[in-house]
Design a protein around this ligand. Structure first.
Ligand code: ADP
Ligand code: MG
Length: 698
C-alpha cells in the first residue's frame, strides 16, 4: 500500500510542463517574464517563445515524445489535434530535433473543414491556432500538446476557448472595478473558478457493438424498460463493483499524470451510471481538463472491455447524465467572492457579488438556458427526473432571509445554525450548515459557489461558462458605473441591493423544482420555460443577448450568429443520424425478426389446431404481434417520409424545426411499436441486447 501512495504523489502531473518543471528548467528571468505574461502583463517576444519552446521540446523528448500538436476546441464541442514530429532533416542526410517559438505560438490548420456557421467558406480555408499560455502544455501518448485558441483568417473565434478567455477577462475587468470602489484596492485580477462534476454510463463493449443505435447515435433508440430500474435506490453511492473500481483506478492514474485532480468517484442514481469530480481550478484549465476527462473515460473503458457513454440520455426511463458546473470567482489575493463568512449580512463584497449573479441569471435566463441547449439535453431538461427547463436560483434559508431583509431596507442579521445532535453519546455533535441542499434546483447556491446543474454530460463547459461570465460581468459593470459616481458608497450599495432583490427576486425559488406547481408558479412570475433546443437556440439572437456579448467584448454579432447556425445545424444533423439509424435498425433487424416470429406463431397455430386441440393463446399472440408489426411498418414509412421532407428545406431554422416537429414524433411512434414487440417476441430472436442485460449485468 505504501509504495502505491508514494507513487501517487510522484506521478501527479508528471506529464505536465507545469510551474515546478518550468522553475527547474527555465532561466530565472525567463520564468519570471513568462509568469507575468500569464498574469496579463507584458508581451510574448519571439526570443522568449524560442526559449520556452526549446525547454518544452527537451522535456518532452526526455519523456519519450516524438511529436507536438496544437490542441484546440473547435465548435464540434470536442478537441482537435494534428501531430507534427520534431524531426528536421539536415543537408547531410541526418536529422535534428527542433521546435521553434514560432511553432509553439501559432499554427495554421485548415479551417474550412470545421463547423464555422458561415464564417468560413470552403475556398477560404486559412485558420489559425494561437497558444493559450494560461493552460499548461502536457504530453498525451507520444505527443506534446499545446492548448490553443482557434480563429479564422480575419480573427473571428471558431472555437470554444476564445470566448471563454474573453469572458474571463471581462469578468475580471468589471469585478476589479467594483472591488476598487468597495475598498479592495489590492486586487488586480479576478479569476473565475470551475469544478465540473462529470456523470457517465458504462456498459459492456460486446453489448455496445450489437447496438447500432449506440454505435451511431450514442443513445438507445429502442428498448423496453428493464423489469428492475432505479426504483430500489440502491445504486447511488453503492459499493463499487470490482470491475468498475479497477476501471476508475486506471482513469484516475491517467488523469493524475495529466495534472487533472480527479478527486471524487461514486455510483450515480441510475444502474451502470457513475460520477467523477475534480478539484476546482480556473475555468479555462477546468474546461481543458474536462475535455481530457471525457476523452480518458472513453479511452480507458475500451481497455476494460467496456464503453463509456457520455450522452445526456442513453437510456429512456432511467436518469440521464449531466455535468454539474460549480462556479465561483476568486481574487488574485485569494478571496472567494462568493464566500459568505460567518456574518454574511455584513459582508458587503459577498452581497454585491451574489446579487450580481442573481440579477444576471434572471435577466439573461433564456440565454443561460440556450447555453446548455443540445439535442441530448432535450431528453433531460423538462423531463421529470432532471432540472426543469425553467432557470431559477436556490439561495437557501440564510441567504433568502437576508434577501428579505434587504428588500425591506438593509440586512441586520444572519440566521445561524446550531450543532446537530444525533442522539447517541458515542456519535459526535455535527456542526450544521446554515443552508440545506436542494437537489432539484438548476442553479443552486451551495455554500461558497453556484452549482449550475443544467449542463449536459457531453457538452464542453466552455459555452455555459462564457455565457455566465459575460452576463455577470455586465451586471458588475452596471454596478461599478453606479458606485464610481456615488458620493456615499455604502448607501449606494444598499440602494443597488434593494433594487436587485425587488426586481429579480422572482428568480429565487427554494422549493421543489420538479413539481407541477412550480411550473405554474414560474409562469405567473413571468419566468421563461423553454422546452426545446430549437426554440432555445432561436432566442440567442435576441437584441439584448447580441448587445451584452458585444458590450463585454466576448463575441461580435457576426460571431454569435455563426454559433447559432452551428448549433441549429448540429441539432438537425444529430436528429437526422438518429432517425436514419432508427430506420436501418427497424427495417433490417427488428422487422425481419418480428415477421419471422409471426410465421412461427402461424405455423404453430396451424399444427396445434390440426392436432385437434383448441388454443386461443396462440391465435391471440399472433394477432397481437401482427397488429404491432403493421404499426411498426406504418411507423417506419411515416418516419421515412418525414426524413425525406426535411431534405427539401434549405433554411437552417425551418430545417431544425422540421426535425423537431415532424421527425421526432415519427420516431416516437416507431419506438413505441418496437418496444411493445420486444415484450412479446421470443427473447432468443430479439436482435438487440435488452436494457436489463446492458444496465444490470456486470
Ligand atoms: P456535490 O456534493 O455537489 O456533488 P462534489 O464534492 O461532488 O459535490 O463536487 C463539488 C465540486 O465543486 C467539486 O468539483 C469542487 O472542487 C467544486 N468547488 C468547490 N469550491 C469551488 C469554488 N470555489 N469554485 C468552483 N468550484 C468549486
Ligand atoms: Mg457530486
Amino acid at each position: 500500500m505504501k509504495t502505491d501512495m508514494t507513487r501517487l504523489t510522484d506521478i501527479f502531473g508528471v506529464n505536465v510542463f507545469n510551474d515546478a518543471v518550468m522553475r527547474q528548467r527555465l532561466p530565472r528571468n525567463i520564468y519570471r517574464d513568462f509568469f507575468g505574461i500569464r498574469q496579463g502583463s507584458g508581451n510574448l517576444t519571439s526570443a522568449l517563445a524560442d526559449v520556452l519552446a526549446n525547454a518544452m521540446k527537451d522535456w518532452a523528448i526526455e519523456k519519450g515524445a516524438t511529436h507536438y500538436c496544437h490542441w484546440f476546441q473547435p465548435m464540434t464541442g470536442l478537441t482537435a489535434e494534428k501531430h507534427d514530429s520534431f524531426i528536421s532533416p539536415t543537408p547531410d542526410g541526418r536529422t535534428i530535433l527542433e521546435f521553434s517559438g514560432k511553432e509553439l505560438v501559432k499554427g495554421e490548420p485548415d479551417a474550412s473543414s470545421f463547423p464555422s456557421g458561415g464564417l468560413r467558406a470552403t475556398f477560404e480555408a486559412r485558420g489559425y491556432t494561437a497558444w493559450d499560455c494560461t493552460s499548461p502544455v502536457f504530453i498525451k501518448g507520444r505527443t506534446l500538446c499545446i492548448p490553443c485558441a482557434f480563429c479564422s483568417y480575419t480573427g473571428e473565434a471558431l472555437d470554444k476557448k476564445t470566448p471563454l478567455l474573453r469572458s474571463m477577462d471581462a469578468l475580471s475587468r468589471q469585478s476589479v472595478r467594483v472591488l476598487q470602489v468597495l475598498g479592495q484596492t489590492g486586487v488586480k485580477q479576478v479569476i473565475t473558478t470551475l469544478g465540473a462534476e462529470q456523470e457517465y454510463f458504462l456498459i459492456d463493449r460486446d453489448y455496445f457493438q450489437q447496438r447500432l443505435d449506440l454505435v451511431l447515435a450514442g443513445r438507445t433508440l429502442f428498448g423496453a424498460p428493464a423489469p428492475r430500474g432505479q426504483e430500489m435506490e440502491d445504486h447511488y453511492f453503492g459499493t463499487l463493483h470490482e470491475r468498475i473500481a479497477a476501471y476508475m483506478h486506471d482513469v484516475n492514474m491517467e488523469l493524475w499524470k495529466l495534472g487533472v485532480s480527479a478527486k471524487t468517484q461514486h455510483n450515480e442514481v441510475a444502474p451502470s451510471q457513475y460520477e467523477l469530480a475534480p478539484i476546482f481550478t480556473t475555468a479555462n484549465v477546468a474546461t481543458d481538463h474536462n475535455q481530457l476527462t471525457m476523452e480518458t473515460l472513453q479511452k480507458i473503458a475500451l481497455r476494460h472491455n467496456m464503453v463509456c457513454l457520455l450522452h445526456e440520455k442513453p437510456f429512456a426511463g432511467v436518469n440521464g447524465s449531466g455535468k454539474h458546473n460549480n462556479w465561483s470567482m476568486v481574487t488574485d489575493t485569494g478571496v472567494n467572492l462568493l464566500e459568505p463568512g460567518s456574518t454574511p449580512h455584513e459582508n458587503m463584497v459577498f452581497l454585491v457579488f451574489v446579487c450580481a449573479v442573481v440579477r444576471a441569471v434572471d435577466k439573461y435566463a433564456k440565454f443561460i438556458r440556450a447555453a446548455v441547449a443540445n439535442p441530448g439535453n432535450d431528453h433531460r431538461l423538462g423531463a421529470n427526473e432532471a432540472p426543469p427547463a425553467i432557470v431559477s436560483v436556490y439561495l437557501g434559508e440564510q441567504l433568502t432571509d437576508i434577501f428579505a431583509q434587504l428588500a425591506n431596507g438593509s440586512a441586520k442579521s444572519s440566521k445561524r445554525s446550531s450543532d446537530l445532535k444525533l442522539g447517541s453519546s458515542t456519535l459526535p455533535p455535527l456542526p450544521k450548515d446554515t443552508t440545506d441542499r436542494n437537489r432539484t434546483s438548476p442553479f443552486a447556491f451551495t455554500g461558497n459557489k453556484f452549482e449550475f446543474r443544467m449542463v449536459g454530460s457531453s457538452q464542453s463547459t466552455a459555452g455555459p461558462n462564457f455565457v455566465l461570465n459575460t452576463v455577470v460581468a455586465d451586471t458588475l459593470m452596471d454596478i461599478a458605473d453606479q458606485l464610481e459616481k456615488a458620493k456615499d458608497v455604502k448607501a449606494e450599495v444598499q440602494k443597488i441591493l434593494r433594487k436587485i432583490v425587488t426586481e429579480h427576486g422572482r428568480v429565487v425559488f427554494n422549493g421543489d423544482n420538479y413539481s407541477h406547481a412550480w411550473v405554474a408558479e414560474a409562469e405567473k412570475r413571468g419566468l421563461p420555460n423553454i422546452h426545446s433546443t430549437v426554440e432555445s437556440i432561436e432566442s440567442i439572437m435576441e437584441k439584448e443577448n447580441v448587445e451584452v456579448m458585444d458590450r463585454q467584448g466576448v463575441l461580435t454579432q457576426h460571431e454569435l450568429h455563426a454559433r447559432t447556425e452551428i448549433l441549429l445545424e448540429n441539432y438537425s444533423k444529430s436528429i437526422n443520424i438518429e432517425a436514419n439509424a432508427m430506420v436501418a435498425i427497424a427495417k433490417r433487424q427488428i422487422l425481419p425478426v418480428c415477421i419471422e416470429y409471426c410465421g412461427r406463431l402461424a405455423s404453430s397455430a396451424a399444427v396445434v389446431s390440426e392436432s385437434g386441440v383448441q388454443c386461443k393463446a396462440i391465435r391471440k399472440s399472433l394477432e397481437e404481434v401482427a397488429a404491432l408489426v403493421d404499426r411498426l411498418s406504418g411507423g417506419i414509412a411515416s418516419l421515412e417520409a418525414a426524413i425525406a421532407k426535411t431534405k427539401k428545406i434549405a433554411k437552417v431554422e425551418l430545417h431544425a424545426r422540421a426535425f423537431r416537429d415532424d421527425v421526432i414524433p415519427a420516431m416516437r411512434q416507431v419506438r413505441a411499436a418496437a418496444d411493445a414487440l420486444e415484450c412479446l417476441v421470443d427473447a432468443d430472436l430479439w436482435p438487440l441486447p435488452s436494457y436489463a442485460e446492458m444496465l444490470l449485468v456486470k
